[in-house]
Structures are given as structure tokens and as C-alpha cells.
Ligand binder design. Structure first.
Ligand code: ADP
Length: 260
């Protein structure tokens, strides 16, 4: 919007010219829209598992409870959806915490390779259950960066977890760390389903999924990569993706060692 107002001489009242104020409100509008879209999305995403839970409770009440097989199957679905709901709420809270505390979060000295080793220990069972091989190639021994342990861990876990989720049985997920001058490079590569070119630009948007049904079935929240992106930004780093459908995906994070 452009506002203009004349400048008038205080004594003669002659017009001397114009002051033009260009006020760019499009950015503000855009942010407002992102926020209101997010609230609408959150409501929808919370409602989906709740609708499913209520539906299955009703079916049980209507008689399915007397059939042991059906009862167990429906209870399992209710449990799965309740767990997804919990994950969804946790992810929403995490995202809002990272956004609100872009800087000034608690930092400590983290040895990158030690952290990856711990993450492998945590993820071992999930990978084993799906016969996915976890491979590591760690080249940052002695490299320490001052950052949030929780954030760094969540960032890598989200990528490894996706690697496992979107890789068929028998595949692999590989984490590589590289010491590159002022940066630490962390790569997470999988031999999974891959992502087509047209989906890559929207990947880090909240609630964006290439295949909604598949993500839900796998218990996804659609927020994992949005969280990763926000964490990387809070650490002044960058993230990129390379992928080929049917072959696999590689996420590369570059973090400056100097994390003041
Ligand atoms: P979700 O909870 O659905 O996994 P994310 O934000 O973690 O949400 O990922 C967004 C979408 O990106 C996923 O739904 C999936 O379609 C795609 N995606 C993420 N990681 C991978 C991967 N390693 N391989 C293939 N597709 C992936």
C-alpha cells in the first residue's frame, strides 16, 4: 500500500511536495495466512485420529466386543491412533518451542560421533523389527560443537526414523559424519522408496506428505521434516535433499562448528 500526504509550508500554506509512505503489509499478511492455515491443519490432523478412535469404540459397543478377534484388532487400532495423537501433540509442542526459542537455548559441548553412536543404540530395535540395516561411517572423532543435545538428537533421529519408515524390509539407512573445515556435515542416506522431483520443494512444509495414506499407516505426523528444518535453522546450518524414486534418499545437513 502506498500512502501519500502533502507537505505544506507552515506560514504561507503553499504546497511544497509530497511525503510518500510505502508500507509493505504483504509480508505481515503472508505470516498471518501461514498461522491461520496451521491452526486449521492442526485441528484437522487432531480430529482424524479422534474420529477413528470414536468410531471403533462405537463398533465395539455395538457388538464387536463379543468377538475376541475383532475386539483385539479394534483395540489395537485404537491404541495405534492414540499413540499417533500423542506424537502429534508432542511434535506440535516441539515445533512451537523451537520457533519461540530460535536462539538462547541451553547449549553444551557435544561430540558429534558419540551422539550418532547413541542414536544408533536408540534406533536399533526399530530398525531390527523391519530388517533394516543401520550403517555408520563416522569421521568426526574429536569434533565437538556447542549446541543443544536434545535438538541435535531429535534432528538426526527424525531423519533416521524416516529412513527406516520409507525403506522396504531388507534395505539400509546409513549415517555419515564428515569434518569439513569450519563445518560438520551429517548425511542420512537410505535405500528406500525415494521422493519424486516435484515433491522435494514442499517436503519441509508442515503436514506435507507425499502419500498421506502411507504416512498415516506408518504412524507419521507430517511434522518430522518441518521440525528438522527449524532445528537446522536454529543452528545456523543448511539442509539439502537428493533422491531418486525407487532407489533412495539422502539428506545432507551442514552445521557450522562455531555455534556461538
Ligand atoms: P511423516 O510423519 O509423514 O513422515 P515428515 O515431515 O517426516 O512426515 O516427512 C514428510 C513426507 O516426506 C513424508 O510423508 C514422506 O512422504 C516424505 N519423506 C520423508 N522422508 C523420506 C524418506 N527418507 N524417503 C522417502 N520419503 C520421505
Amino acid at each position: 500500500k502506498i500512502y501519500s500526504s502533502p507537505i505544506v509550508h507552515q506560514v504561507t500554506h503553499k504546497k511544497l511536495g509530497f511525503v510518500v509512505i510505502i508500507n509493505d503489509i504483504t509480508e505481515v499478511r503472508k505470516l498471518e495466512k501461514i498461522r491461520s492455515d496451521f491452526v486449521a491443519n492442526v485441528s484437522h490432523e487432531l480430529r482424524t485420529p479422534l474420529t477413528s478412535i470414536r468410531g471403533f469404540i462405537e463398533t465395539l459397543r455395538e457388538g464387536a466386543i463379543d468377538n475376541v478377534e475383532e475386539r483385539d484388532k479394534f483395540l489395537e487400532i485404537i491404541e495405534f491412533e492414540a499413540e499417533r495423537l500423542t506424537r502429534l501433540i508432542n511434535d506440535i509442542l516441539t515445533l512451537s518451542e523451537i520457533e519461540n526459542l530460535k536462539e538462547g537455548f541451553v547449549k553444551e559441548d557435544i561430540a558429534i560421533d558419540d551422539e550418532v553412536n547413541e542414536i544408533f543404540y536408540i534406533m536399533e530395535k526399530t530398525a531390527n523389527d523391519k530388517s533394516i540395516k543401520l550403517i555408520k561411517d563416522l569421521n568426526c572423532s574429536g569434533v565437538v560443537i556447542k549446541t543443544s543435545k536434545d535438538r541435535l538428537r531429535q534432528m538426526i533421529i527424525n531423519l533416521v526414523d524416516n529412513g527406516i519408515k520409507y525403506t522396504p524390509e531388507g534395505g539400509y539407512v546409513k549415517v555419515t559424519t564428515i569434518d569439513r573445515k569450519g563445518d560438520v556435515v551429517i548425511e542420512v542416506k537410505d535405500s528406500g522408496i525415494g521422493i519424486s522431483k516435484e515433491n522435494i520443494p514442499r517436503l519441509f512444509e508442515r503436514f506435507y506428505r507425499v502419500d498421506k495414506g502411507r504416512s498415516r499407516k506408518l504412524g507419521g505426523t507430517g511434522l518430522g521434516l518441518a521440525i528438522v528444518k527449524h532445528i537446522v535453522e536454529s543452528m545456523k546450518g543448511s539442509i539439502s535433499v537428493e533422491s531418486e524414486v525407487g532407489k533412495g534418499t539422502k539428506f545432507t545437513i551442514v552445521l557450522p562448528k562455531d555455534q556461538k
